[in-house]
Design a protein around this ligand. Structure first.
Ligand code: CP
Ligand code: NVA
Length: 303
């Protein structure tokens, strides 16, 4: 069987994603009861990071270890990639060692290039254009609070052009929930989306979410962004417009007082800590799906 990559949410069908959420529940219960499941015994994940990370690195590493496998971390600055070796050559070499590769990088073209030359599954650990493994955790967390995703009212307030904003739009199209984006002009998703003012977007919502105003790699734009996003904070006043049962999600790291108020992040509607933990559970299901369903072929020649 040909290898499957997970570069965007829609690389798996809705049925496959639903099955993955069912498996996540089983894996989470097992972990909570400290029952050991070792489906990836002897398997190796190589993680290549071109940007910082806490959750992605640790949740993938813990996931592999707990499933009986192993993860190797390769920060790009300590690798030959950082000295000019091509992604194509790296992909072929790493495919000989690993059962899957997780890559966190900038432009989506970079992960597409790695995936093209890798003969093992490649997982998007965040690019400028999306953060699909985070959305897996977010959708699973929503399913812990609501019976189904279809028809839910979800507000994304903040940088709609961020990787999170783009992935939320993709998720809403796949799972048919009513996504409202509140983002200033110039910071809206590329894909077609419902754009509203923050108060109107949050009105009656089941889920309220946001992302940092300045993503990794945009640090030079910080001052301009602080100005552009004034009025887009998820604070108690904005939350008072959501449904009383609404939950608050945030992929973290959070900037308290910028995109989200401390009182909201720490308040009773916040499920951000469960959401962060769910990264590991859902990625276990993803790793099983991609590694056990793929039969890696020998590395291909380039040129
Ligand atoms: N949410 C997320 O991807 O966190 P890290 O940047 O810490 O990996
Ligand atoms: N949009 C943020 C997400 C961090 C997990 C960034 O890219 O920095």
């Amino acid at each position: 069987m040909a290898k499957r990559d997970f570069l965007k949410l829609s690389d798996l069908t809705v049925e496959e994603l639903s099955a993955l959420f069912h498996r996540t529940k089983v894996l989470k219960e097992a972990r909570t009861e400290r029952r050991v499941i070792q489906t990836l015994l002897g398997r190796t994940l190589v993680m290549i990071f071109e940007k910082s990370s806490t959750r992605t690195r640790l949740s993938f590493e813990a996931a592999m270890a707990q499933l009986g496998g192993h993860a190797i971390n390769l920060p790009i600055t300590e690798s030959q990639l950082g000295r000019g070796e091509s992604l194509a050559d790296t992909a072929r070499v790493v495919s000989g060692y690993a059962d899957a590769i997780m890559f966190r990088t900038f432009a989506d073209e970079r992960i597409a290039e790695l995936a093209k030359h890798a003969t093992v599954p490649v997982i998007n650990g965040l690019t400028d254009g999306g953060h699909p493994v985070q959305l897996l955790a977010d959708l699973f967390t929503m399913l812990e609070h609501f019976p189904k995703l279809e028809g839910l009212k979800v507000a994304f307030v903040g940088d709609g052009a961020s990787n999170m904003g783009e992935s939320w739009v993709e998720a809403s199209q796949l799972f048919k929930f009513d996504l409202r984006i509140a983002a200033p002009e110039g910071y809206r998703p590329k894909a077609k989306a419902k754009i509203l003012e923050p108060k109107a977007a949050v009105e009656g919502c089941d889920v309220v979410t946001t992302d940092v105003w300045t993503s990794m790699g945009q640090e030079k734009e910080k001052e301009a962004r602080l100005k552009a996003f004034a009025g887009y904070i998820v604070d108690p006043a904005l939350m008072s417009r959501a449904a009383p049962h609404a939950i608050v999600l945030h992929c973290l790291p959070a900037h308290r007082g910028e995109e989200i108020a401390h009182e909201v992040l720490e308040g009773p509607q916040s499920v951000v800590w469960a959401e962060a933990e769910n990264r590991m559970h859902v990625q276990k299901a993803l790793l099983e799906r991609l590694i056990l369903d793929a039969t890696p072929a020998l590395p291909k020649r380039v040129g």
